[in-house]
Ligand binder design. Structure first.
Ligand code: ACO
Length: 435
């Protein structure tokens, strides 16, 4: 079998042979280098054939070895390790090491990495002043986007992105400082004094302390809540070429510093089509209000009046493996802090939807957002903090994607082509001559 594609241009009758290459896994399909289409021309002056693919629905923008998704079978793996096993047995910083370094750490490596991250959690005092400048009701995600970008001005060395040691230092700083920036944004919105990081605490416990410590000498987070948050961070670490990872790669391809690129990725996550669906699920469950109203709600979904939020996914045509882990986690948290009454509506809604032909035929299953908002709500986290929590975990994935892009010799500054539909050349008329 020849691994080539023969294309005949019916305008000219000419045939071209284009190589087909395969990734490691059949579910990712085969690909052709679309640059090879440029040789296909109708005339000498012709620019050559382009691929037209708005929203990259069928275009691979990179070769990556970080995250493996098989949407048909509901599989998600980081560096080859199934998400269920990592969520069950690993800690967030262990997974962060795996995703950024490619291998699981040894005990010594994990200890050194944890120490390094822990000792970089402080932010410059001026960042505090910066946060104070925001209006009292500023959205915490807006504050996060801005403060992450501001970090670049504190670390001018970060611009030296060609130096692997400089890159590594910024990766450590960003993973370490995101929870501090996130907690400062929350405390500001509540009008509460900022709580500084505590180097005696593990990553999730430190974040919970910076969020919720009041007058007590030592805030002691509930260990089940702490572990649940750690797992939620793990589940959000990476999801291959999603909108924010693509923003990170695209902005980073200009060789800007990683703080500015991460701010761009955060901004992409801020959008309701990306990081905001878990909030929409909580609002939807509140609107349904009672399990007895579910049939009516599902009828409205089927008529196209509303969407079943937290259901469906561009890639997963099976149960999102992260949703399975989160559903189990929700009950563990509720056993500790009290049941979120919306869970009964969520479980019944899921059951009825999965029994309904409309959802079965369209292969619509719960996604990561269906249960995560309920857990966050039970942890007393306000809805506008939900995407911020997503950003803390996802920073690890963004940085791994960024470094992979920078070290890939095939990558260049991202610069898509366009199909131009505007005016042909026009002559400028002075203002006085215009009607
Ligand atoms: N409720 C009702 N119907 C749905 C839903 C839903 N949640 N999702 C898809 N459908 C229907 C569509 O109406 C369409 O039906 P049709 O064939 O009769 O026209 C069919 O299923 C296919 O859906 P598409 O919109 O083509 O699927 P797409 O891949 O473009 O969208 C998306 C995926 C955006 C996630 C969609 O399922 C959705 O809007 N879900 C609700 C929002 C949500 O939960 N987003 C979080 C995603 S996970 C994340 O980003 C972290």
């Amino acid at each position: 079998m020849a691994n080539t594609l023969t294309v005949t241009d019916n305008r000219t009758g000419k045939s071209y042979e284009i190589p087909i290459s395969y990734g490691t896994y059949p579910e990712y399909g085969a690909s052709i280098p679309t640059a090879d289409l440029r040789q296909i021309r109708a005339s000498e002056e012709d620019f050559g054939l382009l691929g037209y693919d708005p929203a990259f629905k069928n275009t691979a923008s990179c070769k990556s070895a970080i995250t493996h998704i098989d949407g048909e079978r509901g599989i998600l793996r980081y560096r080859g390790y199934p998400i269920e096993e990592l969520a069950e047995s690993a800690g967030f910083l262990e997974v962060a090491y795996l995703v950024t370094h490619g291998e699981l750490p040894t005990a010594d490596e994990l200890e050194a990495w944890t120490h390094e991250i822990t000792y970089h959690t402080y932010v410059h005092e001026s960042i505090k002043k910066f946060t104070e400048g925001f209006h009292y009701d500023a959205h915490p995600m807006g504050m996060l986007v801005s403060t992450v970008a501001a970090l670049s001005t504190f670390y001018p060395e970060a611009r030296d992105i060609a130096d692997p040691e400089v890159r590594r230092r910024q990766i450590v700083r960003l993973i370490a400082k995101m929870p501090t920036l996130a907690a400062f944004a929350y405390r500001h919105s509540k009008g509460l004094p900022y709580v500084y990081p505590d180097n005696d605490l593990a990553y999730a416990a430190d974040f919970l302390t910076m969020m919720f410590k009041m007058t007590e000498v030592k805030y002691e987070p509930n260990p089940v809540v702490e572990r649940a948050l750690d797992v939620l961070f793990i589940l959000h670490v990476d999801h291959e070429q999603n909108c924010s990872a693509n923003a990170m790669r695209s902005v980073g391809s200009s060789r800007v510093d990683p703080y500015s690129a991460t701010a761009a990725a955060c901004a992409a996550l801020y959008g309701p089509l990306h990081g905001g669906a878990n909030e929409a699920v909580v609002r939807m469950l509140g609107d349904i209000g009672d399990p007895k109203n579910i049939p009516d709600y599902l009828e409205r979904v089927k008529k196209g009046e509303v969407k079943l939020m937290g259901f469906g996914h561009r890639v997963y045509k099976n149960y999102d493996p992260r949703a399975k882990v989160i559903k189990k986690l929700a009950y563990e948290v509720f056993d500790e802090v009290g049941k979120n009454p919306l869970i009964d509506i969520a479980v019944e809604l899921e059951k009825r939807a999965l029994d309904d032909d409309y959802f079965v035929e369209r292969r619509l299953y719960p996604n990561v957002d269906f249960y995560s908002g309920l857990i966050y709500q039970s942890m007393n986290l306000p809805m506008d903090m939900f995407p911020v929590l997503f950003a803390i975990g996802r920073t690890v994935g963004w940085l791994a994607q960024w470094e992979e892009m920078l070290t890939d010799p095939e990558q260049k500054i991202a610069r898509p082509r366009q199909v131009y539909l505007g005016h042909d050349k026009r002559t400028y008329e002075p203002l006085s001559a215009r009607e």
